[in-house]
Design a protein around this ligand. Sequence first.
Ligand SMILES: [Ca+2]
Ligand SMILES: [Ca+2]
Length: 321
Amino acid sequence: MNNRLRFLISLFTLLFLCTGAHAAIRNQATGAYADAQGKNVNLQSNVVRAMQPETIRYFTNANYTTQAIVTTYGRALFVEAVAPACDTDPTRIDTITLNISSKKTGDTQSYLADETDVDSAVFHITSKATTDEAKSMSDVSAGNGALEVMADDTLMASIESCGGNTAFASILVDPVGIVFDSKTNQTLAGATVTLIDVTGDGNGGRPGEAAVVFDTDGETRMPSTVVTDADGHYHFPLVAPSLYRLAVTAPTNYTFPSKLAAGLLPEGREINLYGSYGGSFTVSAASGVVTIDVPLDAVPGTLYLEKNASRAIAEIGDFVD
Ligand SMILES: [Ca+2]
Ligand SMILES: [Ca+2]
């Protein structure tokens, strides 16, 4: 290795250019040396980008500060993709396409997302993306510009990244819990369901008292006591991480908690071995929602009218107990 080369190598420095929190990391080597004629020479290497994996996240509003894990019908979706490989031109705002699909209906819509700055590699959805409620599959049509979803649905957003990888992110739509008959599986209206914060970690330190419940926007307060609707649904859209339990007042002729073991309940319900029976269950920051289904037992004999008399035959003037 000659002296000039050693000199050259010793002068090379690495510059890390980072233009934003999510921006691609660009590495460029710069070197300077004096050539044989004594002239100063400056050299710059090619820009090498350190490719980070793509990520997608949902946010509660256009400020893109609070992450959303749950949404509901008609609420706009604020989707952010961080995709360094899609920032193809560092001097221009790039545009990518995001696909959002419903797990339950299979409906898919594509949306454009613009880069937030010429070299940010962060993309925000630009067209308004909202969801419509589909009561049944007949309400679903492909390519109509609207995304049809169902209760307890999950939306998946994806980018076909410019690097060839695909990033996914999911969000819950209108999460519900269902109160149902433990034997017939019929959904039960008129059950009063209260969410209790057992440890008080989610309601400002009041253990055993009512939970603090928010709407899917994470801001609007919702009641901690609700009555199941005609479909047996109850809604506690969003709560802070804590230990919770459901207190249920059964409608007429039903009892809570059910005495039927989980393995004997009708299939297809979301049963929590503790929470579905009035016990405590954990809600984490990642889940944030209460979607536990609750079985109720029909009171035995309520379907039959039993009449007994103290005497089989009564005559006029006799008392029958
Ligand atoms: Ca760009
Ligand atoms: Ca559609």
